[in-house]
Design a protein around this ligand. Structure first.
Ligand SMILES: [Zn+2]
Ligand SMILES: [Zn+2]
Length: 273
């Protein structure tokens, strides 16, 4: 949920300091969104839960900026022969997805080469923007972010989840293509890194302003907006302020949208199951 770089410390204890990693469960399907440093904690939790049972996991990568891939070498299941991991994503900005992911495990950066991992890992570049993962129907769309960056729409039997960890929503949420893509989502996880004043100084950097995120979510009829990609310089108090501001905007528009900020370990249930 943290953007750009991990930010541990007393000021970020409540929302968390790890970079992007989300787990989605639907029936027996487990889909992971992005491989930021939060992936290390998820790996530990999966091994504890599943013990000796084979793990069959799918990892969708939005893009290959550090804060979305750095957790992969520290994901304990990849050191287990009983783990099968399918990784899907677009091309790295200048390299193939395979090179971008495995390059960070070359000896300059990391002691264990990718080729020596005992697990079964497949890395595939997305050819088709519509595909299925178990009982989830997934669609990818290009995000408004430097390089090659995707957002995902995951249609599960219990609801619709949209994930745009890094994107710069258009001012006022005026973006027909985006609105159609996220329409009526139960949960929208959306880059909302800056407040209005910060955004003025960072316009064009590929990250969102809370005001525009709220406008977009309201226009699209989203039920829950999860503010995401917290600025490394924002402590818990600042994030509280952003949430309060976002809720006030919804109230002003007499909207029904619920807003919260992404928080490490937070569980959201869809469809009451
Ligand atoms: Zn990022
Ligand atoms: Zn990025």
């Amino acid at each position: 949920m943290r953007g750009s770089i991990p930010t541990p410390g007393p000021g970020t204890v409540r929302y968390g300091g790890n970079t992007t990693c989300i787990e989605i469960r639907s029936g027996s399907d487990i889909v992971i969104l992005d491989a930021g440093t939060g992936l290390r904690c998820l790996g530990q939790a999966l091994l504890t839960e599943f013990k000796k049972t084979p793990l069959n996991l799918t990892l969708l990568i939005s893009h290959t900026h550090w804060d979305h891939i750095q957790g992969l070498p520290f994901f304990a299941p990849i050191y287990e022969p009983r783990c099968r991991l399918r990784i899907l994503g677009g091309r790295g900005a200048r390299k193939s997805l395979v090179n971008a992911l495995t390059g960070q495990m070359e000896s300059t950066y990391f002691p264990v080469p990718f080729a020596e991992l005992p697990s079964n890992i497949e890395i595939e570049e997305l050819k088709d923007l519509n595909f299925a993962v178990g009982n989830l129907l997934v669609r990818a769309q290009r995000a408004n972010h430097p390089g090659v960056c995707a957002g995902y729409r995951l249609f599960a039997p219990d609801g619709l989840i949209c994930f745009f960890p890094d994107t710069e929503p258009r001012p006022g949420g005026e973006d027909r293509e985006m609105l159609d893509f996220i329409r009526d989502a139960d949960v929208l996880i959306l880059d909302s890194q800056y407040d209005r004043a910060e955004y003025r100084r960072h316009t064009g950097w590929g990250h969102g302003c809370v005001d525009d995120s709220v406008a977009l979510a309201l226009k699209a009829g989203v039920k829950k907006l999860v503010l995401f990609h917290h600025d490394p310089g924002h402590d818990d108090k600042k994030i509280d302020t952003l949430v309060k501001h976002a809720r006030a905007l919804v109230k002003k528009k007499k909207g029904k949208l619920s807003v919260e900020a992404a928080c490490e370990g937070r569980l959201i249930r869809l469809g009451g199951t």
